[in-house]
Write a protein that binds this ligand. Structure first.
Ligand SMILES: Nc1ncnc2c1ncn2[C@@H]1O[C@H](COP(=O)(O)OP(=O)(O)O)[C@@H](O)[C@H]1O
Ligand SMILES: [Mg+2]
Length: 469
């Protein structure tokens, strides 16, 4: 540090004494040897800022009040005194003790030396009055030049060291303050970030909820689509027996007209009448058969449709049910799939028939869409149903294009589809998986190889218990 403060104030009413100070502290020559020795002693192992100069700057006051004013001005101009020599006995105005006390009140840093010829008051009384004994020294008159020089050097050095330490302290306090500030700033930033994170988490949660709702809607839509396929099949299947019955009845009508005409014209022969009776019997039998079939179809389709839309736990013959489902899909699969079914006549189970028909529908639709995308080729499907003492085993396989290895672990994921362009939703196998694992409390294994078709094993309990909601 370059600005070493060597400002000294001398307050003494005796002009001779003031001159003596001047001579001692500001000799005409450059620094004398004695001073250098002293410097070496004082600053031997200390910082350079104190060694840099020992040029004192002296100011003089002939009275306490004047000295006090000079201290005040110096502080105001930020060029404070490091040290004051104050004469004890100054008959006009303040004495040394008063002057020192006043100065101490406005300058807590200044080093003070009170110079006494003899004490009016005891030293301890003076110290008590002036205060800060660590910055107060006493010197007896008459003094030696060396004493003054030594005091001037060591006390101004002390002042500078102290102020240097104070500045250091202030600096580190300031740094601490700054750190504290930046810490607080950081805390605030973090709190803000946390807040923002919380908000976006909430938003994310909200959109996740929306997404789930949308997904549920899509799943419902997909289920309804399966139902539509069934309904379309119903109309088609009923057409044949109803058509046959209509043909039968109009034929019977014509026969009746003919026989009536012959009777009216008295041309009816016994032989013709018997022939008519035979034909009528045949026709009505066939019509009865067709109408019975129509009634059966309507009944079973109705059941399938009801099961699909309001699935309820009930006991039914799974084998019959499978046939009904396949029949209702026949208009879609006819000419495109050859389905081989292997099942015992009777598999009575307690479960959800609607869920079962959804499974079969999804599997067949997938075989048509993905296994045999080319509608010219006749595909092949095997369906085997069997039971052990506890479980139903459903084995389904097709011999179509199969699923590449890298897709195998994705096909049950919602929205995974390789046919988005042609209307795939990627929900079919997802729904199948959920139905099996959740509604039917079973499990499913799917395996496939490219161009080897795909096969799926489904297991579920023969008897399901009603879930207590
Ligand atoms: N029988 C199958 N043969 C070949 N690939 C299939 C078969 N079944 C399903 N996949 C593949 O699994 C994917 C997912 O099927 P799915 O969940 O039913 O969705 P989507 O039929 O709407 O594409 C299909 O896009 C297809 O790549
Ligand atoms: Mg599908």
């Amino acid at each position: 540090m370059s600005n070493i403060n060597r400002r000294i104030l001398i307050i003494d009413d005796d002009v001779e004494v003031r001159n003596a100070y001047q001579k001692i502290l500001l000799p005409d020559t450059n620094k004398n040897t004695k001073e250098r020795e002293l410097m070496a002693l004082l600053d031997a192992n200390h910082t350079s800022q104190i060694q840099s100069t020992t040029e004192f700057h002296l100011d003089f006051a002939s009275q306490g009040q004047i000295g006090f004013e000079m201290v005040k001005t110096a502080i105001a101009q930020q060029t404070p005194f490091a040290l004051a020599f104050i004469d004890m006995r100054m008959p006009l105005g303040w004495n040394g003790t008063q002057t020192a006390t006043k100065i101490r009140q406005i300058d807590p840093h200044i080093e003070i030396v009170i110079v006494t010829a003899y004490s009016d008051a005891s030293i301890s009384d003076i110290v008590k009055q002036v205060g800060m004994p660590d910055k107060l020294l006493f010197l007896r008159k008459p003094f030696e030049g060396d004493e003054i020089l030594q005091l001037a050097l060591s006390l101004t050095s002390k002042w500078n060291k102290l102020s240097y330490r104070t500045r250091e302290l202030q600096n580190s306090l300031q740094q601490l303050d700054e750190k504290n500030h930046s810490l607080q700033h950081e805390i605030q930033l973090r709190q803000e970030k946390e807040q923002a994170l919380k908000k976006s988490t909430q938003q994310l949660e909200a959109s996740l909820l929306e997404l789930k709702k949308a997904q549920n809607k899509l799943v419902e839509a997909e289920k309804m689509a399966a139902l539509n396929t069934l309904v379309a099949g119903v109309a088609h299947e009923i057409n044949t027996p109803v058509g046959a019955s209509l043909t039968g009845i109009s034929y019977l009508h014509t026969e009746l007209e003919n026989i009536k005409k012959a009777y009216d014209n008295e041309e009816l022969e016994e032989q013709d009448f018997y022939k008519f009776l035979d034909t009528s019997m045949e026709l009505t039998a066939s019509m009865q058969h067709n109408l019975q079939r129509t009634a059966d179809l309507v009944k079973s389709f109705k059941q399938v449709a009801v099961d699909q839309s309001h699935d309820q736990l009930r006991t039914f013959n799974l084998s019959d049910y499978l046939h009904t489902i396949l029949l209702s899909l026949k208009s879609t699969t006819k000419k495109r799939l050859e389905i081989t079914v292997n099942t015992p006549d009777k598999i009575n189970i307690t479960g959800y028939p609607g869920a079962f028909s959804q499974l079969i529908t999804n599997l067949i639709m997938n075989t048509l869409m993905h296994g045999y995308p080319n509608s010219d080729t006749l595909g092949k499907v095997d369906i085997n149903l069997s039971t052990d003492h506890r479980r139903v085993k459903l084995y389904y396989r097709d011999y179509g294009k199969g699923i590449p290895k890298e897709h195998l672990n994705k096909v049950f994921e919602p929205f995974f589809t390789t046919k988005r362009q042609s209307g795939g939703t990627g929900l079919g196998l997802h729904i199948l998986y959920n139905i099996i694992t959740q509604q039917l409390e079973g499990n499913v294994q799917l395996s496939s190889e490219i161009n080897q078709g795909m096969q799926i094993f489904i297991y579920f309990p023969i008897t399901l218990k009603k879930k207590t909601a």
